[in-house]
Design a protein around this ligand. Sequence first.
Ligand code: GLU
Length: 408
Amino acid sequence: MACRQFDLVADHLQIPESERSRIKFPKRSMTVALPIERDDGSVEVFAGYRVQHHLTLGPTKGGLRYHPDVTLGEVAALAMWMSWKCALTSLPYGGAKGGIACDPRSMSPAELERLTRRYTQEMIPFIGPQVDIMAPDVGTSEQTMAWMMDTYSVHMGYSVPSIVTGKPVGLGGSVGRREATGRGVGYLINRSMDTVGLNSSGATAAVQGFGNVGSVAAFSLAKYGIKIIAVSDVNGGLFNDRGLDLWKLEQHVAQKKTVAGFPEAEPITNEQLLTTPCDILVPAALERQITEANAAKIQCRILAEAANGPTTPEADAILEQRPEIFVIPDILCNVGGVVVSYFEWVQDLQSFFWTETEVTDKLFRILEGAFVQTLTMSRKRKISMRLAALSLGVRRVQEAKRVRGLFP
Ligand code: GLU
């Protein structure tokens, strides 16, 4: 998917063949075997990956994912998207992504700690605050980052908070980092509503995924006066046309670890959620949710891609024939997370910490700039928001590679 998208962008930007592979190929791809002792005394070997897409503009940046479906190819695609995402907002980073093929839901905290420390240890030759900086992604959290920071710091002999972002605030994390992606999604949806002339009072939203991104996005939309009529997670979904009480739902999730079974709603499937009539549809889970099979059936005015890669290229072709749907493409929609990761890294390097108001103001200013640039390009060239956002990102990487030149 990522390569096909890149080819479309390269055609649009008329990037010469001689430069294409140089921009497309990941610079470094690592696979590591991670043997750990399970709580029952047995030893299991997990596969861990890290792909650093390009190192042209500074260190690489991107999350670490724990999920049974993680493969090297998926990680490479996610790393490439991180490159365009960072370039779209002019962050001084290349993209990266990492992952471990495991099911974190079936592992104890002690097993997860051993796995995380083992992975960090294996990655030590390839990471560093000026080389590659990890952050949370699907299945990882602030705690994961704390273990990584500790493992790296013990190896160096002194504390190195800037080795990861998305850490607990008490360890050098940034205030507002945990909420950043969801808050950014909320800001961009609100901005898009102005653009398409949709009034927030009475507007409805359906959110797929109720993790760190989906739940914060839902709360942020509710703050703008939007009614959340459907949410879902891996165990199923909920629907209530009068709007879900998010505070009660949050308490339910804290106890049951899932949205399923929430009493004040009807159960629905994830597939039903995606085709629920609503003003705003927010896929905030995994890739490839909006496909050829359901793209013609989605019934929203704004599609806000909070997840990475939720829409397949085939679905995209269908959406391009549906101008009534305004798409906020993933690399723009969820960029708030990595923007505040950048703020966290800068604060760590300077050992000088900002207030939440400073973080949020600076975040919204960057999002506004990226939104306006993408919208302007999309309108001027009569291209989709996705092609516009990707073109802005790819072009910046292309220009940087061109002026740096090819080392003999
Ligand atoms: N995992 C997040 C993403 O996909 C955040 C990455 C980061 O902050 O480095 O954008």
